[in-house]
Design a protein around this ligand. Structure first.
Ligand code: HEC
Ligand SMILES: [Cu+2]
Length: 418
């Protein structure tokens, strides 16, 4: 046996030893490196498909490289190998066309089966509409009339800010936690409708094998039937702007009774919020509430006393906007002022909060206009169903909205209402 043949055998033995060790190494790291098996039938089938294709690739790789390595070793020039000189072998052409075709067919069959299953929304038992926003998710339980926003948990949000000295070791799931997880029942076929309100996002939860683009103006569908209660995490999978990395997803799958209790609780909370929004508020009540809202959201710029910072943030006291047309005032706060630090508060504050802060700014901080913004009217301006103060209407309850206060009102407005 020649010396070079012996070293070739030694190398082959080393290669075979390595190949034997790989599965063991894989068993240790596989969970961390591989895709998750997940907790739905579809996710398991997707995983199975992934492993099947992976194994086919490994076999093809081993055969192709095996033949190559064998040829290079045993038919090398230094051993005196003479190249074949044939050209255009029909047999070879047929073999290397038909073999890959058969392999592809073999892979396409199970893949198509899973794809068809993923697209089968029949018999779904409930629907959740998921809307992507920059940078949060909105969940709408269509049949229940329950909906809410879900965004990066405030503690995580604070910790991620530039210059924050929060110790990240205290978080188990740093920037993977949300304030309001999506609660779903186990054992139910849930249909998801995906869309977006601004740019393209994608709702991706690997354990549910759900990953779908959320595109403004389009509705995409998919579904999941979660088999095990638990917490499943995901994230936005479409680069959607500055905070793309900060819109995590948390799905909490719970038993049916727990889900029912959650929905009942949300409905009760929604009902009381609805009552708060539709009822008539007193001015004093709005001013008191408005002070809280102002101090939490507006004081940083306009200052606690409403004097602002000259040259940077305009004063609210004596401001043309805060003492002028009340609808224009509301719109300034709803929509912000383009190109300035005055941002749009429309999506950040509720109707009650907006009505309160408007009323507060007009009746405190050195202003004393005496009028009132009712929460329900904020909703009408938001929806575009109303654009001017309902003072023009003679309906008593609506006139309340812009009550010019006490005795003077009755004579001025000429309305006999109080
Ligand atoms: C980050 C700083 C900042 C915060 C916070 C802020 N504002 Fe402003 N606000 C501004 C700036 C700057 C302007 C001036 C915009 C312009 O150039 O017209 C402004 C203008 C206004 C005006 C019009 C004033 C005028 O006379 O032109 C109102 C009303 C107002 N803000 C209300 C609010 C309310 C209500 C809040 C809280 C919910 C708030 N602002 C929070 C920066 C801020
Ligand atoms: Cu996104």
């Amino acid at each position: 046996m020649s010396c070079s043949t012996r070293s070739v055998i030694a190398r082959l033995a080393a290669l075979i030893a390595l190949l034997c060790v790989l599965p063991a190494a894989y068993a240790g790291y596989g969970d961390a490196l591989n895709m998750p098996v997940g907790v739905t039938e579809v996710s398991r089938e997707v995983y199975g498909l992934h492993m099947l294709i992976f194994k086919i690739c490994v076999v093809i790789g081993a055969v192709v490289f095996g033949v190559m390595i064998y040829s290079m070793i045993y038919h090398r020039k230094s051993r005196g190998a003479k190249p074949a000189t044939f050209h255009e072998s029909t047999t070879a052409e047929i073999v290397w066309t038909v073999t890959p075709f058969v392999i592809l067919l073999f892979m396409a069959w199970p893949a198509a089966k899973v794809l068809i299953k993923m697209e089968d929304f029949s018999d779904s038992e409930m629907t959740v509409k998921i809307t992507g926003f920059q940078w949060r998710w909105h969940y709408d339980y269509i049949e229940e009339g329950v909906d809410y926003f879900s965004q990066l948990h405030p503690q995580h949000n604070e910790a991620r800010q530039l210059g924050s000295d929060t110790d990240l070791a205290q978080f188990d799931n740093y920037i993977k936690e949300v304030d309001n997880p999506l609660i779903l029942p186990v054992g139910k076929k849930i249909r998801f409708l995906h869309t977006a309100a601004d740019v393209i996002h994608a709702w991706w939860v690997p354990d549910l094998a759900v990953k779908k683009d959320s595109i403004p103006g389009f509705i995409n569908e998919n579904w999941a039937l979660i088999e095990e209660p638990g917490i499943y995490r995901g994230k936005c999978a479409e680069l959607c702007g500055r905070d793309h990395g900060f819109m995590p997803i948390v799905v909490k799958a719970v038993p049916q009774e727990e889900y029912d209790a959650f929905i009942a609780e949300k409905k009760a909370a929604g009902q009381s919020a609805h009552n708060e929004t539709t009822r008539q508020w007193d001015r004093a009540e709005l001013v008191a509430r408005g002070e809280e809202v102002y101090n939490r959201n507006c004081m940083g710029c306009h200052q606690q006393n409403g004097q602002g910072i000259p040259g940077m943030f305009p004063p609210i006291a004596g401001s043309d906007v805060a003492t002028g047309d009340i609808v224009a005032h509301l719109k300034t706060v709803l929509n912000g002022v383009d190109g300035t630090a005055m941002q749009a508060y429309g999506t950040l504050l509720s109707d009650v909060e907006l009505a309160s802060v408007i009323t507060y700014q007009r009746n405190s901080l050195g202003n004393a206009i005496g009028d009132v913004m009712q929460p329900y009217f904020v909703g009408q301006v938001r929806d575009g169903t109303s654009d001017s103060a309902p003072i023009a209407s003679a309906q008593a309850d609506e006139i309340d909205f812009l009550k010019i206060d006490d005795a003077s009102t009755e004579s001025e407005a000429g309305v006999d209402k109080l």
